[in-house]
Structures are given as C-alpha cells and as structure tokens.
Design a binder for this molecule. Structure first.
Ligand code: BJW
Length: 248
C-alpha cells in the first residue's frame, strides 16, 4: 500500500515530526475549522468568532460557541488516526507531535508529550491577567468572572492576532528545523505561523509527507501525498513501520 521508498526512509529516520490540524479529529465527529458547521452555528464564520474583537463585542456569543464545541468534544472519542500516532514515540529515536487542535484528543489517545500551539478548550483564563482556571461553574451561557481579579474568563486558546505560547512555538520550530521527516496531517496549512513549520522543515532538507482528504497549499512541497482520511492511512502505516522496527 505504501511506496517502499517512503517506508525505507521512515525506517532510517531519526527525527520525525507530525503536525496535525482539525482534519485528524474529523473522523471523531468534530467539524473542521473551515467546514460548514451545524445548527445555529452554520450562520457564523469561525474565523469571525475566533478573535479577541468578537469576544469584546459579544462575549456571550463567543462563550456559547466554545461551550457548544466543548460539549461536542466531551461526547466524542479519539479515532484510529489519533491512536495510531500514540504509537509513534516508540517507532523513532526522536518524535515530536505538534497540534493546532484544542480538543486534547492526542493526550486522550495516549501521546504523553504534545505541543499544543493553539491552546486547549478545556481550560479557561481571564482576559486581563491570564489567570488560568481549570474548573468552573457554567452560568447559562455567560462567561464567568475570574475568582482572582473579577475580569471575564475566556477559553485558553489562541485567537487570530494573538501570539502563540512562546515555549511551544520555539520547541515546534526547533523540532521542524531538525526533522528528517515531517508529516502534515489534516491541516489546510492556511494559518500562520503553524503553516510555516512544514516549509521550514523542507527548506532544511526534511522529507515532507502530507495526509489530507484533498490537496492543499502544501501539496506542491510534499514528497508523498495521501489524499484520504487520516484514520484510514495512519493505522496501516503504523503497522508497517512497527513491523520494520520490531520484526516478529
Ligand atoms: C481531513 C479529514 C480527514 C478533513 N483526514 N484530512 C503571515 C501571513 C499572513 C497572515 C499572518 C501571518 N502571520 C500571522 C498572520 C495572521 C494570522 C493568520 O495566519 N491568518 C491567516 C488566515 C492568513 N495568524 C495569527 O493571527 C496567529 N498569531 C500570530 O501569528 O501572532 C503574531 C502576529 C499577529 C498578528 C499579525 C502578525 C503576527 C494566531 C493564529 C491562531 C489560530 N487560531 C485558530 C482558533 C484556535 C481556537 C479554536 O479552535 O477555536 O486555530 S483559527 C483555526 O485555524 C484554528 C486551527 O487550529 C487553525 C488551523 O486550521 P486547520 O487545523 O488547518 O483546520 P482547517 O479546517 O483549515 O483544515 C482542515 C483540513 O483537514 C482540510 O484541509 C481538510 O481537507 C482536511 N480533512 N477531514 C484528513 N478525515
């Protein structure tokens, strides 16, 4: 199923980096960022909701959108693509998993170290001082107030125009620049700076593999592109790699 030249390269690879996007969670039933949404949310553009301006103008609307997404995630499970990636730390001498997703599914599937570039939906923080609050009481769609400073609480995610967590970004850039093989999985590669990571990797000599339902801006950079659901590509690829690494 997989080109022998890819399997050979992966079997010899020391440093492997995977960047995931919303597509890796699509088979868990979580809508991707740029897909149509359902119900009342179909009338809103996620790019307009994921901004500090939107939260300032209408905190209740943005809070409710995130509460809806949190509920979807709470009712869903990681899928075979996530579980396959949970085996990758055992397959390579060095493995780095970077995600743009805020759903926490890689952790839930078993990856112990995950670089979350865009934060995590299960945490909230206050707008003024960034106090992080792990548990809170849902108040009929209203954002609660910070118990420390009284300012509004918002999801601990990265919105457009905001900077990414510094340590996470530095680690992601360093890993990408030194990767032997870089996988871009289920991302449209439209949002910066995450979209630059695969390009940084290729420019420093990494092999680029794309797994996505459809071609993206990255496809022309890719050495191998699989245009199919990640949940159908990653499990057999993992089995093939495991059998090469640990022949029975
Ligand atoms: C499947 C599948 C299956 C489906 N299997 N595949 C340089 C140039 C131009 C603009 C900028 C720039 N630098 C910064 C910017 C501005 C901005 C930006 O990038 N804008 C672009 C839209 C042009 N970036 C920022 O503002 C970032 N901050 C920053 O850079 O700070 C410094 C700075 C500020 C201002 C100016 C300059 C510098 C912050 C970006 C934060 C992004 N935040 C969001 C929301 C997070 C919280 C939340 O989830 O609500 O992150 S936006 C959204 O997009 C979310 C995602 O993580 C992110 C990426 O989306 P992703 O994952 O790629 O999803 P989709 O839906 O786009 O694609 C899914 C793919 O899966 C598709 O291709 C499908 O085909 C595929 N698929 N099913 C495999 N089963």
């Amino acid at each position: 199923m997989f080109p022998p030249s890819l399997i050979d390269k992966l079997a010899a690879a020391h440093r492997v980096v995977v960047l995931t996007g919303a597509g890796v969670s699509a088979e868990s039933g979580i809508p991707t960022f740029r897909d149509a949404q359902t119900g009342i949310w179909s009338q809103y553009d996620p790019e307009q909701l994921a901004t500090p301006q939107a939260f300032r103008q209408n905190p209740k609307l943005v809070w409710e959108w995130y509460a809806w997404r949190r509920e979807l995630i709470d009712g869903a499970q990681p899928n075979p693509g996530h579980y396959a990636l949970a085996e990758w730390p055992d397959l390579f001498p060095s493995f780095t998993l970077i995600t743009q997703n805020v759903d926490g599914f890689h952790h839930l599937a078993g990856n112990k170290e995950v670089i979350e570039l865009h934060g995590n939906l299960q945490r909230i923080k206050c707008v003024e001082n960034g106090h992080v609050i792990p548990h809170w009481q849902e108040l009929s769609g209203q954002p609660p107030a910070c118990p420390h400073c009284g300012t509004l609480l918002r999801p601990d995610v990265v919105w457009f125009g905001e900077t990414l967590p510094t340590r996470a970004l530095i680690t992601a850039v360093e890993a990408s620049r030194t990767a032997d093989v870089f996988f871009a999985v289920g991302t449209s590669a439209l949002v910066q700076p995450a979209a630059s990571l695969p390009v940084e990797a290729v420019e420093r000599g990494a092999l680029l593999v794309e797994i996505n339902l459809q071609p993206t801006a990255l496809t022309s950079w890719a050495d191998f592109a699989f245009h199919a659901p990640s949940g159908t590509i990653l499990p057999p690829l993992t089995r093939e790699l495991a059998s090469r690494r640990h022949p029975s």
